[in-house]
Design a protein around this ligand. Structure first.
Ligand code: GZL
Length: 308
């Protein structure tokens, strides 16, 4: 039919076919691979083209990928920064090239927030608070000290910094809850097992709780605890974060006590934000992902419903 100039009747889409560059941290955990899958499927479903880069958790690979997206003149860059610092220069280059950047999952510690359109991701400090609040409840009638060992995520990453901050903020009000050892396991099962083995060797008889910044490291630590001859979930309480399927399986087996959800399935939400921005709509600087917390007694029933 007759149309005004520049519009078309019938099946006009909210936006033309976009070319989106996605610089992903890596494939270090079940969470990460689920997040990648959610983004890939959402971009495909919306009819856009994805240029994907897996940085293998290396900052220099992310910088290279972003420069490559700039050179290819993509319409938008989605970026999950492996650590909070060291990206200012390359983000300025993207801004100078007129390419909007959308922070996914993790934030950067940069004053000039004109270097990104929005940050869509979880509130990691709140996740740390939830983990500690569960432990406060769990140990309410314990008089003596509760010795906690902590497996930190990737050093310098937003989730590692913030999950530690939120947890410590809550236990500060409970002097008998003590973090006796804390070391990074880089968010992987292998490293989590290795560090837990060292914790057990040093002081195995005095560990009451493991607080792990993600489920993958907790699953590695569970293997170490069993090989050491103790019962994970009983002799040592296990707290994880992410709520991946592996955690539900461990909880259903009675080897893990609780996992704080960190939802990776926000691909569709991210595509909506990109399309809205490119269509000229105002976008909030910070968009939080909704999430919960799950305990051992819920695991059996919920396991079949889990999508990641
Ligand atoms: C959290 C994400 C973290 C996950 C880990 O949003 O950045 O990175 O908790 C992953 O499993 O490695």
């Amino acid at each position: 039919g007759q149309t005004e100039s520049g519009t078309s009747s019938g099946d006009s889409k909210s936006s033309d076919k976009l070319v989106i560059g996605f610089s992903q941290v890596g494939a270090e955990s079940e969470w990460r691979t689920a997040n990648t899958k959610s983004m890939q499927e959402a971009i495909k479903a919306a009819g856009h083209e994805l240029k994907f880069s897996d940085a293998q958790q290396k900052q220099e690979n992310q910088i290279k990928a972003i420069r490559s997206f700039i050179a290819q003149k993509v319409d938008a860059i989605v970026f999950s920064p492996v650590v909070e610092t060291g990206f200012e220069t390359v983000l300025q280059e993207a801004k100078d090239a007129g390419i909007p950047v959308f922070l996914s999952d993790r934030a950067v510690d940069i004053e000039d927030d004109s270097l990104w359109v929005t940050f869509l991701g979880s509130d990691f400090v709140e996740e740390g608070r939830k983990a500690a609040n569960w432990l406060v409840e769990e140990t309410a009638d314990v008089d003596g000290d509760v010795n906690i060992v902590e497996l930190q995520g990737t050093v310098g990453s937003a989730p590692a910094i913030d999950r530690k901050e939120g947890f410590e903020e809550v236990i500060a009000d409970h002097p008998n809850l003590k973090i006796t050892k804390s070391q990074t396991g880089d968010f992987t099962r292998a490293k989590g097992k290795e560090v837990m083995e060292a914790f057990l060797k040093a002081d195995g008889e005095n560990i009451d709780v493991l607080y792990s910044h993600n489920d993958d490291m907790a699953i590695g630590a569970i293997q170490a605890i069993e090989e050491y001859g103790l019962k994970p979930g009983e002799d040592i309480k296990i707290i994880g974060v992410d709520a991946v399927k592996g955690a539900f399986e461990a909880m259903a087996a009675g080897k893990m006590n609780v996992t704080v959800e960190c939802n990776p399935l926000f691909g569709p939400q991210m595509v909506d934000l990109i399309e809205a921005h490119l269509a000229g709509e105002e976008i909030d600087k910070r968009v939080a992902v909704e999430e919960s917390m799950y305990t051992m007694d819920q695991a059996e029933e919920l396991l079949p419903t889990r999508e990641y």
